[in-house]
Design a protein. Structure first.
Length: 140
């Protein structure tokens, strides 16, 4: 038996925006929940955070000025995917709210379906319908 992986799960995902208040309002409309944490305050936040999904995953929006100066402006790099029950409807809702397609809805086989969009603030938001996620959730 191999040693357990040091990576135990995604504890937090941060995206960035030049105007955190505007991004907060947009994500609150999409998610249907308010952030539970805002700093320094709700009037002019530099960081906001939501707790989402089946495990209360942390989803934060940070002021882009706090990122390292070498951070890319264009979408790219790793795509973190959130499980959704209806990927087509979720992509449609995100597009309706002003996102643009980054990766179309793609059947990957064995019930796995992926897609991603770029939000109005330049962040890639990955989506997946994952039978594996549902199996793990059902076993808890």
């Amino acid at each position: 038996m191999s040693a357990p992986s040091p990576l135990r799960g995604i504890a937090q995902l941060n995206i960035s925006a030049e105007n955190v208040g505007e991004a907060r309002d947009w994500y609150t409309r999409f998610l249907g929940v308010d952030p539970y944490f805002q700093r320094p305050d709700a009037e002019k936040p530099a960081y906001v955070e939501y707790r989402l999904g089946d495990h209360g995953d942390e989803f934060g929006i940070i002021d882009r000025s706090y990122l390292p100066s070498t951070s890319p402006i264009e979408p790219g790099g790793a795509i973190v995917r959130w499980h959704v029950d209806d990927i087509v409807a979720t992509v449609a809702r995100l597009t309706e709210l002003g996102s643009r397609e980054y990766e179309p809805v793609m059947e990957r086989g064995e019930g796995f379906v992926t897609a991603s969009v770029v939000d109005p603030f330049g962040n890639v938001l990955g989506l997946i319908h994952s039978p594996h996620y549902l199996e793990v959730l059902a076993g808890q």
